[in-house]
Design a binder for this molecule. Structure first.
Ligand code: ZN
Length: 380
C-alpha cells in the first residue's frame, strides 16, 4: 500500500517558499558569479605572492568595438573612428557584415576593404558580424529583422557562419572572432563557433533563455571572459552602446561610472558602438571625451585576439611559492603553450626573505633578484 501524503495548506506554502528561495539563489549566483567568486583563473595569490591578471601590471582592460560595417559603409566613416582611437592608443575591433542583406558582398577590391586592411596593420582587428544581418525569411515571431540567427536551425546557422567567414577570408582578413547580429545567438551558435575553431565570441548570449541576450543586469555583472558550456571558445560580454539613440551629457557620466566599476574590480570594460550612429559630431565627440578620460588610467588596450590569447594562457597558469634560506622560491607551471609576456608577480609585504627566484616547471631559472623590487615582470 502506498501511503498517501497529505498536502496541508502549510506544507504547500513551505514547499513553494523553498522553490522560490532555490530559484532566487540559483539566479543570484548565476548573475553575480564574478562578484561572488572573482576572476575564473587557477591562480591569483597565496601568502607570499599575487600574480596580476593582465600583463605589465595593468589594473584593467579597455576594449572598443564597432559593429555593422558592410560593403555600403563609406570608408571615411571608419577613418573618422580610427583617427580618434589612434590618438589614444586604443585598438578597435570592427565587426564586419560579410554579405549585407544577402545583396552586398564585401570583396577584395572594394575601397572599404583596402581601408580595413590598412587599419589592421596598426593593430586594429576585423571580426565577423553574422552573414547578412537579416532574417532569411520573414517570421511573424521575429519583429526585429536584424536578428539574423534567431530561431535558425543548427545547419543553417553553421552554413551562415562558415560562408561569412569565407567571404572575409577571401577579402584578405584573418577572422578570429564573431558577434551575432542584434545579439541573436543561442547556445547552438556558440557550439558552432567552437567547432569552427573561432578563438572568441562576443555575443552576450547566455542560458537559461529568459535571461539571455544582452540582459543589462547580467552584462553589467560580468567582469571577466568565460567559457560558455565548457567550450574552448572564449566569450566576451559587452557593456552597452551609448552612442546609438540619445546623445546627452548623461551618457558620458554613464560610461565613466560603468568603466570605474569595472576598473576597480580589475575587469574588462567593453564599449559597444555602431558605425552609422557613431558618425556624427556628438557621437564622435562622446567617443573622444570618453577615451580621453579612460586612457588616463593604468589599463591595457589590446584587441580581442590579443586579449583572448593572453587570457587562455593566464587562466591555466599555476604557481607555488615557499621561503627557503631567505630566498623566496616561486615555481610557475604553464597550462598551455601560449606566451605570457609581461607576466607580473607582486611580492607581498613582510616576507622574510632577501632574494627571490622564479623557476619554470622544468626547473629552469627564469629570473632572480631582490625582494625589495616588490614587482617582478617576466616574459614567459
Ligand atoms: Zn549589428
Amino acid at each position: 500500500m502506498i501511503k498517501r501524503i497529505k498536502f496541508t495548506k502549510t506544507k504547500i506554502i513551505i514547499g513553494v517558499l523553498f522553490l522560490i528561495l532555490f530559484a532566487v539563489s540559483y539566479f543570484l549566483v548565476y548573475y553575480y558569479r564574478d562578484l561572488i567568486f572573482g576572476p575564473p583563473v587557477l591562480f591569483r595569490e597565496d601568502e607570499n605572492i599575487e600574480i596580476n591578471l593582465y600583463p605589465n601590471n595593468f589594473q584593467s582592460v579597455f576594449i572598443f568595438t564597432n559593429d555593422d560595417i558592410n560593403k555600403l559603409t563609406e570608408p571615411g566613416k571608419v577613418k573618422n573612428v580610427v583617427d580618434i582611437l589612434n590618438e589614444y592608443g586604443v585598438k578597435g575591433i570592427f565587426f564586419v557584415i560579410p554579405h549585407y542583406k544577402g545583396r552586398y558582398r564585401l570583396s577584395k577590391n572594394d575601397e572599404l576593404t583596402k581601408v580595413l586592411q590598412e587599419i589592421t596593420e596598426d593593430g586594429h582587428e576585423i571580426a565577423q558580424h553574422g552573414l547578412t544581418h537579416w532574417v532569411p525569411r520573414k517570421k511573424p515571431k521575429i519583429i526585429n529583422l536584424a536578428k539574423e540567427f534567431a530561431d535558425l536551425p543548427y545547419g543553417e546557422q553553421k552554413r551562415r557562419i562558415y560562408t561569412g567567414r569565407k567571404i572575409l577570408e577571401d577579402a584578405g582578413f584573418q577572422v578570429n572572432g564573431f558577434r551575432a547580429p542584434a545579439f541573436s545567438a543561442n547556445q547552438q551558435t556558440l557550439k558552432i563557433l567552437d567547432e569552427l575553431n573561432f578563438l572568441y565570441g562576443s555575443n552576450a548570449s547566455i542560458y537559461p533563455p529568459p535571461f539571455m541576450m544582452a540582459n543589462r543586469r547580467f552584462a553589467e555583472s560580468i567582469y571577466y571572459p568565460y567559457h560558455p558550456e565548457d567550450l574552448n571558445l572564449i566569450e566576451f560580454i559587452s557593456h552597452g552602446d551609448f552612442f546609438r539613440t540619445h546623445f546627452n551629457s548623461k551618457n558620458f557620466m554613464i560610461i565613466k561610472n560603468r568603466f570605474e566599476k569595472t576598473h576597480n574590480r580589475r575587469g574588462i570594460f567593453i564599449l559597444l558602438s555602431h558605425i552609422e550612429p557613431l558618425n556624427n559630431p556628438q557621437g564622435l565627440n562622446l567617443l573622444d571625451k570618453s577615451l580621453k578620460y579612460i586612457t588616463t588610467k593604468n589599463l591595457w588596450k589590446p584587441n580581442l585576439t590579443e586579449l583572448a590569447l593572453w587570457w587562455k594562457a593566464r587562466e591555466l597558469l599555476w604557481a607555488e611559492s615557499r621561503i627557503d634560506n631567505s630566498t623566496l622560491k616561486i615555481t610557475l607551471e604553464k597550462g598551455s603553450e601560449l606566451e605570457l609576456n609581461g607576466l607580473t608577480i607582486k611580492i607581498k609585504e613582510g616576507i622574510e626573505a632577501e632574494k627571490y627566484h622564479v623557476i619554470d616547471d622544468e626547473g629552469n631559472l627564469i629570473k632572480e633578484g631582490k625582494i625589495s623590487e616588490k614587482v617582478v615582470t617576466i616574459n614567459y
